[in-house]
Design a protein around this ligand. Structure first.
Ligand code: CP3
Length: 321
């Protein structure tokens, strides 16, 4: 999950001097930020500091982050011809700085906790490229998907190839697990997921399987498609807070691990309420092996850092880790 960020004063301090993209592209800075939550929160794993959108630029889709608005793609893809014009790239060259960050983080961690690498999944990456930024209904994305299925499938095929290349390169550089973020795929119902996304995402997981590194498949608002997400792949399936953890795990199947699922906005509540909700998540996990306690989505910038520390400490205490 996104565990580094603006809720931490040490991150805000660095952001006064450097843009988000500068931090992502500078291994020294990205390493520093990757390690911030490991030191401050004592989380059990580090997640590479980078951003899901970095590959877009090298596909000929330039973007920037606009303060207060999030990502902004310069020229969103809106036609079949736009989709067909997207370029391939070699991640070892174009995103070599990410691989350098991985090597540097691993030297500094020296085995203290594992490092998780990541990339965006086809639907989520396609939705940024097509919508141009944040969207509530993914109207442009779905219009292209339904209207030009052949172009959509060719585009997702290319995305799956590139994401696969990028994750393989991250694994070769030394990450201990990879997370595939399909943050916005909950916008699809089960038949559409099956038709337009499942084959592409499955190809990414099939490619990673022989490498023997654990994989996490994450989405938000996916309660009704957890079975399909499981079918697409992932040793661990992410679940958000809308579905109680035990129900989500039943839908996923207990032969897979689960990650989740505290509501990140609960971290804004008084501490006793936060710990009660944490207890509920742990109770629903029932002490079964294969539960990664996590938030159901990213930490909000206004979150008090002490609340995040308290939850991590409490989960460690309750689960004797
Ligand atoms: O915890 C970490 O160290 C992980 C770093 C990380 C970032 N982005 C840095 C970042 C990770 C894992 C991501 C993934 C990412 N990026 C996702 C998938 C995860 C999810 O939240 O669903 C998505 C959808 C993106 C795209 C993205 N990047 C958005 C929508 C935004 C704006 C969000 C906001 O709150 O403004 C970003 C910016 C971004 N990427 C920030 C961070 C820490 C915000 C902080 C900043 O502007 O400095």
């Amino acid at each position: 999950m996104r565990q580094a960020g603006r809720y931490m004063s040490e991150y805000r301090e660095l952001r006064q001097k450097h843009s988000l993209l500068e931090i992502c592209r500078t291994p020294d800075l990205a390493t520093t930020v990757t390690l911030q939550p490991v030191r401050r929160i004592e989380v059990d794993a580090a997640i590479l500091f980078s951003d899901l959108l970095l590959p877009l630029e090298h596909m000929g889709i330039p973007f920037d982050f606009v303060a207060g608005e999030g990502p902004a793609i310069e020229k969103p893809l809106r036609t079949e011809a736009d989709l067909a014009a997207v370029r391939r790239f070699e991640p070892r060259e174009a995103l070599g700085h990410v691989l350098d960050t991985i090597r540097q983080v691993q030297r500094e961690l020296a085995g203290r906790v594992p490092l998780i690498g990541f990339a965006g999944a086809p639907f989520t990456l396609a939705s940024y490229a097509i919508e141009g930024g944040h969207s509530n209904n993914f109207a442009h994305t779905k219009a292209l998907m339904y209207g030009h299925p052949a172009a959509w499938h060719a585009f997702c095929d290319l995305l799956a190839d590139l994401i696969g290349d990028y994750l393989v390169a991250q694994i070769e550089a030394g990450v201990n697990a990879v997370q595939v973020f399909d943050s916005w795929v909950g916008a699809l119902n089960a038949p559409d997921y099956r038709e337009f996304i499942l084959p592409h995402t499955r190809r990414i997981f099939e490619r990673l399987e022989p490498l023997g590194v654990p994989t996490i498949h994450f989405g938000v608002g996916t309660g009704s498609i957890l079975g399909e997400i499981r079918e697409a792949g992932g040793d661990v399936i992410g679940a958000d807070w809308r579905t109680p953890l035990d129900e989500a795990w039943t839908r996923i199947g207990f032969d897979r691990a689960i990650q989740g699922n505290l509501d990140p906005t609960l971290l804004l509540a008084p501490l006793d309420r936060i710990l009660t909700a944490t207890d509920e998540v742990l109770e629903r996990a029932g002490g079964r092996p294969g539960h990664i306690f996590n938030l159901g989505h990213g930490i909000l910038p206004m979150t008090p850092v002490e609340h995040v520390q308290a939850v991590a400490q409490y989960v460690h205490q309750q689960t004797h880790i």
